[in-house]
Design a protein around this ligand. Sequence first.
Ligand code: ZN
Length: 72
Amino acid sequence: MTKFKLDAASGKEPIGLEPLKSPHGGPIIASEHDTDYLCFHCDFVLLKSVRKGAMRGLLLKCPRCNHLSISR
Ligand SMILES: [Zn+2]
């Protein structure tokens, strides 16, 4: 499994881009590919086993630390 740390959201994301939240405290999106994307702040796995590069432009709210990460 490859792991990438996400970038911190800058606060200048496009208006109307709503942060995605975890429904039950786990990864926000989980699939069956080979790349994990981690919260920039606490390394929580926000996108689990997704396809590399397939999840661009998502604003992601970490269920553990509440910081916002963005996928690029
Ligand atoms: Zn976090």
